[in-house]
Design a protein around this ligand. Structure first.
Ligand code: CIR
Length: 290
């Protein structure tokens, strides 16, 4: 079911199945945001060799939303924001853990303001405690990986130690919050993502292996790692008994496919070529809520 956001939208919080060890993360809501007509002006770490095809990007984002619609009962869709070409990357605007929503103060000045519309929707989702990252803290949701056991906070160009301390206070006594230095690339989740409560997918790159070492050290080796050769392919999106992966990275796909088959998980492939050009991956296009 798609829901267009209206001020009358008031939805209850439903039970969470994400806290238990090895539990499948099953979500009741997904928040997504339409891709901007100005998407070619999105932030990019490197200019793409072939310019972004905005119409194709829109189609790829639609395909992504359709996959989520098949997996998640309520997909809440926000209009795009004409002033923010990156607004479809809604993951960066907030994190939701248990009954707490933390609104980002995003690391890139150009993106500040995207979070306002998201906060309005979250206010309508009855029952969430809404808190904010305060200055001088900066946070992008792409740096925050909740595993059920830990909240891993990537310390990157976009997310700083001040935010780590604020999150440690916010989740004091509920979730262990640990900092993971990210020395290269955009976000923590550019090189590592969630497979299940015990297993993370990590890129076999210098940045990925460094992050793996940091996670091992910070969590006393709490996780097994599924190592994939392609950085882009290390960002997967697990929803219930499905794993959404990037199409077009054959070697990584083979690793993920074998692991999915051994766990009876359905693998769904999506081609995100145009979103990749703006440093987008699979987790970044939605905010998933238990
Ligand atoms: C940015 O630089 O902020 C966007 N062009 C890409 C954000 C991708 N976000 C994510 O992976 N969580």
């Amino acid at each position: 079911m798609y829901l267009r956001f209206t001020s009358a939208l008031v939805l209850p919080i439903l039970s969470c199945c994400f806290g238990k060890a090895n539990a499948e993360p099953c979500y009741r809501f997904a928040l997504v945001r339409d891709l901007s007509d100005a998407f070619e002006n999105s932030l990019k770490m490197n200019p793409p060799a072939i310019p972004i095809d905005v119409n194709l990007a829109k189609q790829q984002h639609e395909d992504y939303i359709h996959v989520l619609e098949d997996l998640i009962p309520n997909v809440v869709r926000l209009d795009s924001d004409p002033h923010h070409p990156d607004c479809n990357f809604i993951e960066d605007t907030a994190i939701i853990v248990g009954d707490t929503a933390v609104i980002s103060r995003m690391g890139a000045l150009e993106r500040r303001g995207e979070e306002e519309a998201v906060e309005k929707v979250l206010e309508q989702l009855n029952g969430y405690k809404i808190v904010h990252i305060d200055a001088p803290g900066t946070m992008d949701g792409g740096d925050i990986l909740f595993t059920g056991k830990h909240l891993l906070v990537g310390l990157s160009h976009r997310t700083n130690a001040c935010t780590l301390h604020q999150l440690q206070q916010i989740f004091l006594g509920t979730v262990e919050v640990v900092g993971i230095p990210v020395v290269e690339g955009l976000h923590l989740k550019s090189v590592v993502s969630f497979f299940d409560g015990d297993t993370l997918v990590v890129a076999d790159t210098v940045a990925g292996m460094r992050v793996k070492e940091e996670i091992d050290a910070a969590t006393n080796c709490a996780y097994a790692f599924l190592v994939v050769p392609d950085s882009v392919a290390s960002n997967v999106l697990r929803v219930g008994s499905a794993l959404i992966v990037q199409e077009g990275f054959a070697a990584s796909e083979a690793v993920l496919k074998a692991h999915c088959e051994s766990k009876s998980i359905t693998m769904i492939k999506l081609n995100m070529s145009e979103l990749i050009k703006a440093d987008g991956a699979l987790t970044c296009g939605s905010l998933l809520i238990n």
